[in-house]
Write a protein that binds this ligand. Structure first.
Ligand code: UFG
Length: 337
């Protein structure tokens, strides 16, 4: 018995592979390394005693996916592999729809053909846009403002439709903003190009690689005018995947979408303060124009995750900054691709 982890060399996938290994499950990672490194899989193996197989596969190659299911005794699937850059998706919509939807469809076909009926799928709070009511609950209206966001919504719909008529059950996890790193400092986020996300940029300023941080917007209707997000430690997020699989194996039926956040909003300026505490660095910043497409604020309602998964985040913003900083210091060039 093994869990297939697609995109298992990526940021969230690699942390989840470790968390799955801690429960005694063997793991089969498939990844095409377009935005990840085989060295992440080496780091996963060093952190677990479970078997961790690795197959380099593009999930859009249906034949190759079928071979993976023929070769390994897969009983459960956690699906991460996808393109994930919002701005790039606006530039390359066809590539995003092709990759993110073809890969899911091929995976679902292989699961159905092989009688594998437990799926945990990675979705995003991007499906809520700017929520009218905070904290945002799973029953809030959904929509999308980028091809990336649409691929997440369409994926949710596809999975829901399949689970309605076929022997398949799914937990669709809507992540808020994952940050942090494994406490060992050997596993973390390694953005391929120039980072876009706040925390990798803050860390680059903290270590002197970048002079100042640009804070996008100082006039939002928030606690201090800067944008507010629900940052979640990547190890908490990984543990939510294990809880979700346990619930599926325990007999949950159908498909359900569940928020995975802490329930706490943190502004950009508050996060900079936390990063200063963790790093001891000054972290100079300047308030700039708002970034196109950004929402003002969001944070998660967490009751459903607590009720259904028996899971709540346990790590706070200081834990997130401390662990991200440790990873940054120990691996200034990430995995050194
Ligand atoms: N920010 C800055 N300066 C920067 C980068 C970001 O001030 O240099 C601010 C943003 O304006 C925002 C906050 O930091 O207020 C967080 O920005 P991120 O880019 O880290 O994260 P987003 O919330 O914009 O995006 C994340 C994921 C997307 C996902 C989106 C919505 O990265 O993949 O949440 O779910 F689509």
């Amino acid at each position: 018995m093994a869990v297939l982890v697609t995109g298992g060399a990526g940021y969230i996938g690699s942390h989840t592979a470790v968390a799955l290994g801690e429960t005694g499950r063997d793991v089969v990672i498939v990844d095409n390394f377009v935005n990840s490194s085989p060295r992440a899989v080496e780091a996963v193996r060093a952190l677990t005693t479970a078997e961790v197989a690795l197959v380099e596969v593009d999930l859009c190659d249906g034949e190759a996916v079928r071979r993976v299911f023929a070769q390994y005794p897969i009983t459960e699937v956690v699906h991460f592999a996808a393109h994930k850059a919002v701005a790039e998706s606006v530039e390359k919509p066809v590539a995003y729809y092709r990759n993110n939807l073809d890969s899911l469809l091929g995976l679902l076909e292989a699961m159905l053909d092989n009688g594998v009926g437990s799926l945990v799928h990675s979705s995003s709070c991007t499906v809520y846009g700017q929520p009218e009511v905070l904290p945002v609950s799973e029953s809030a209206p959904v929509g999308a403002e980028s091809p990336y966001g649409w691929t997440k919504l369409m994926s949710e719909q596809i999975i829901t439709d399949v689970c309605a008529v076929r022997p398949m059950d799914a937990m669709i996890l809507r992540y808020f903003n994952p940050v942090g790193a494994h406490p060992s400092g050997t596993l973390g986020e390694d953005p391929n190009d120039i980072p876009n996300n706040l925390v990798p940029l803050v860390m680059e300023v903290a270590c002197g690689r970048r002079e100042t941080l640009q804070v996008f917007g100082g006039d939002y209707d928030t606690v201090d005018g800067s944008g507010v997000r629900d940052y979640i430690h990547v190890v908490d997020l990984a543990e939510a995947h294990v809880a979700a699989l346990d619930v599926l194996v325990g007999g949950h039926r159908g498909a359900v979408a569940v928020n995975v956040g802490t329930g706490t909003g943190t502004s950009v300026l508050e996060l900079i303060e936390a990063a200063r505490r963790a790093t001891g660095a000054a972290i100079p910043y300047e308030i700039c124009e708002r970034r196109a497409g950004d929402i003002a604020k969001t944070w998660a309602a967490t009751d459903l995750a607590a009720e259904l998964l028996g899971w709540r985040a346990t790590r706070d913003i200081d834990d997130m900054m401390r662990d991200h900083w440790r990873w940054q210091c120990q691996n200034p060039d990430g995995y050194g691709r």
